[in-house]
Design a protein around this ligand. Structure first.
Ligand code: HEM
Length: 131
C-alpha cells in the first residue's frame, strides 16, 4: 500500500517533469516573416481576367479529332473532343457539328433537357465573339 502510494507519487513527479516548458513552446512560434506580413496587408488581388473570347473563324479551325472538336452553342464555345466517344446520341452527331455554330442543332435536340445542358457546361472554354 505504502509502496503503491510512493509509486504513484514518483510517476506524478516523472510526468510533470516530462511536460513541455510553456516558455519554450511560445518561443517556437516565430513572428511571420516580413514577406508574409506584407501579403496580409496587401489589397485583394485583381479579379480574374474575363473569359477568353473566340471568333467563329477560331472555332472553324477545330473541326476534327485531329485538330480538336470545338463548337459554338448559344454564344458560348465548347471543346467537345472528349465528348465525341461518350455522346449517347452517337459520335457522328458531335463530329457533324465540329467547327460550327451548332446552336440550332443542339436546341432542336436538347433544348430544355437538363442532362445535356449539364454535360455541355463541363466543356465550356470561352465565349463566342459578337458580330
Ligand atoms: C448539337 C448536336 C446534337 C445532336 C443532333 C444530338 C442528338 C442526340 C440524340 C439523337 C440523342 C439520343 C436521344 C435518345 O437516346 O433518346 C442524344 C442524347 C444525348 N445527348 Fe445529344 N446531341 C447533340 C449534341 C449534344 C451535346 C453537345 C451534348 C452535351 C455535351 C449532348 C448530350 C446528350 C446527352 C446527355 C444525351 C443522353 C440523353 C439525355 O440525357 O437527354 N448532346 N443526343
Amino acid at each position: 500500500m505504502r509502496f503503491n502510494t510512493l509509486l504513484v507519487f514518483a510517476l506524478f513527479l516523472a510526468s510533470s517533469q516530462a511536460r513541455p516548458d510553456r516558455s519554450l513552446k511560445q518561443a517556437a512560434i516565430a513572428p511571420a516573416p516580413q514577406a508574409v506580413r506584407d501579403l496580409l496587408q496587401a489589397p485583394a488581388p485583381a479579379p480574374a481576367p474575363a473569359a477568353t473570347t473566340y471568333t467563329l473563324a477560331d472555332v472553324a479551325t477545330r473541326n476534327s479529332l485531329t485538330t480538336g472538336v470545338w463548337a459554338a452553342i448559344n454564344g458560348k464555345v465548347y471543346d467537345l473532343t472528349a465528348w465525341v466517344p461518350q455522346h449517347p446520341g452517337g459520335a457522328d452527331r458531335i463530329l457533324a457539328i465540329a467547327g460550327t455554330d451548332a446552336s440550332d442543332q443542339f436546341n432542336a435536340q436538347h433544348a430544355g433537357d437538363p442532362t445535356p445542358a449539364y454535360y455541355l457546361d463541363t466543356f465550356y472554354i470561352g465565349d463566342l465573339a459578337q458580330g
